[in-house]
Design a protein around this ligand. Structure first.
Ligand SMILES: Cc1ncc(COP(=O)(O)O)c(C=O)c1O
Length: 487
């Protein structure tokens, strides 16, 4: 087991103007470095005397800056062991910008303009979003299947494989979707991907022309928006209400023929797209000769009521591209998902994928196929659904009802997260920072909106809480800590 070593403190580049308040400048410089990831969580702060000497200022000044950071939750102390940067639920910092050279392509600049941030990594913590109960994965079974495959793989499987994915796995995915979603498709319509994200990215690469308008839910899954924008799309945010994506607002968009939706469990609001809206959406695609990308990222998790048929199962015109993933039922690092495509599109999607990566690693595909064929997958889905429901209950049961500025928790019938409204973005920032100061991850809802949203800033505020990543005891402990800093 590796022992965790405190990260070194780097204060290079801190310039203080002696004609202005030094403590507040130092506070701001450190805060900025914490927020943009230059001072990551668990970085040990130097002793105030040491930093004062380094910067040529008084120890009191440093103390005042540290106090402010401590009060706002950016820094925490470990008894007898100094002060550390709090592990905030910040996404990893964006890559440094490439600025030199006259030949920066438009494609490069589009990616750079996105300010992409990767999701938080490391061991799951309460209340990380997008992570299922990874602690329940049957690793013994998986490693047995892996060992069996690698002991004597058939030579035919060791060359370049089918870029659309392993044939047996595609057949099993088709059977699974038929039985679990009422979605009838031919295995030839399926392309295996590295998770839902690659499936969305392939859609962006192949369906978006530079300058084309793409409709996305607002608030919504930002990484999908980034994939479309990186392909040159002009993003059009469509509001979401209690019935899901507002199809009338979509219909009012001129020259838009592609929409990305999360109908079974809108991300992040958690609402389900109603049946009338589903039918309107299909009708819109037919009328505009457009495409619908249906992201069913967490469709296995339904706790109450029967799920509505996916758009892909209702589609009679070949207008829906259905995205599924194994990563929310196993663990995100598995990187395995799939696309179900209208018949005419499958071959070209596979060709595009061959250009990116030839084919996915064979071992994971074959083992997943065995895992499904032997019934482990269905058993694991049941286990994961039960666990997520019980973890949801633990959160709902012990959630403090009197958090100033925070609305009531919604009822949660599906998925792995919930979303609660907060009165203002300022209050949202306070709650997030205070939670981080005690090592609890809560994700600000305001980060899920497009920057140019018409919705007033304070109406975008809220907290998104993933409830499945850690067991009930850790949820209870996290709520105890939150009570200490929020109430
Ligand atoms: C709405 C939505 N779609 C897709 C994904 C990506 O899933 P995957 O890990 O399979 O790429 C996520 C991940 O959190 C998500 O929230």
């Amino acid at each position: 087991m590796l022992k965790s070593v405190p990260l070194p403190f780097d204060c290079s580049g801190i310039q203080l103007d002696r004609s202005r308040g030094l403590a507040s400048q130092l506070y701001q410089a450190l805060r900025e470095r914490i927020l943009d990831g230059r001072l990551p969580g668990d970085t040990r702060l130097p002793a105030s005397r040491e930093l004062a000497e380094l910067l040529g200022i008084s120890r009191n000044t440093v103390g005042r800056a540290f106090d402010q950071l401590y009060a706002e939750g950016y820094v925490r102390t470990r008894v007898g062991d100094g002060s550390y940067v709090a592990p905030l639920a910040l996404h990893a910092p964006p890559a440094p910008k490439v600025t030199a050279g006259p030949l920066l392509s438009a494609a490069l600049q589009r990616v750079q303009a996105q300010h992409l941030r990767v999701p938080p990594s490391g061991a799951p913590r309460a209340f990380r979003v997008g992570v299922p109960a990874v602690d329940l994965f049957p690793f013994a079974t998986w490693s047995r299947l892996q060992a069996r495959f690698w002991r004597k793989p058939t030579p035919a499987r060791l060359g370049y494989g089918d870029p659309a994915g392993d044939a047996q796995l595609r057949e099993l995915v088709a059977a699974y979707l038929r039985n679990s979603r009422g979605l009838h498709c031919d295995p030839a319509q399926i392309v295996i991907t590295c998770g839902a994200q690659q499936a969305i990215s392939l859609c962006a690469q192949l369906l978006v022309d530079v300058g084309a308008r793409v409709a996305i839910e607002n608030p919504g899954y930002r990484a999908a928006g980034h994939a479309f924008a990186a392909a040159g799309a002009q993003l059009c945010g469509v509001p979401v209400d209690s019935d899901g994506l507002d199809t009338q607002a979509l219909a009012r968009l001129q020259d838009c023929r592609l929409v990305y939706v999360t109908p079974s469990h809108q991300y992040p609001s958690g609402v389900t797209l109603s049946l009338p809206r589903r039918l309107e959406l299909l009708e819109w695609a037919e009328r505009t000769d457009g495409w619908i990308i249906e992201d069913d990222y967490d469709g296995e998790y339904r706790y109450h009521g029967t799920p509505l048929a996916p758009l892909a199962a209702l589609d009679r015109q070949g207008r829906v591209l259905y995205v599924g993933t194994f990563c929310k039922i196993t663990f995100p690092a598995l990187r395995l998902g799939y696309l179900v495509l209208p018949p005419g599109l499958a071959a070209v999607f596979a060709q595009r994928r061959a250009l990116d990566m030839r084919n996915s690693e064979i071992g994971t595909q074959v083992v997943m196929a065995e895992f499904i064929a032997a019934g482990h997958f269905q058993r694991h889905i049941r286990r994961m659904r039960l666990a997520a429901r019980s973890r949801r209950d633990a959160l709902l049961r012990d959630w403090p009802t009197n958090i100033p500025g925070c609305g009531a928790l919604p009822s949660v019938d599906a998925g792995l997260h919930l979303c609660v409204r907060v009165e203002s973005v300022q209050r949202e920032a306070e709650l997030v920072a205070a939670a981080a100061s005690v090592g609890v991850e809560v994700t600000p809802l305001s980060g899920y909106w497009l920057d140019d949203s018409a919705t007033p800033a304070d109406q975008r505020a809220g907290l998104v809480l993933g409830f499945a990543a850690v067991p009930e005891a850790q949820i209870a402990e996290a709520l105890r800590l939150l009570r200490g800093v929020w109430l």
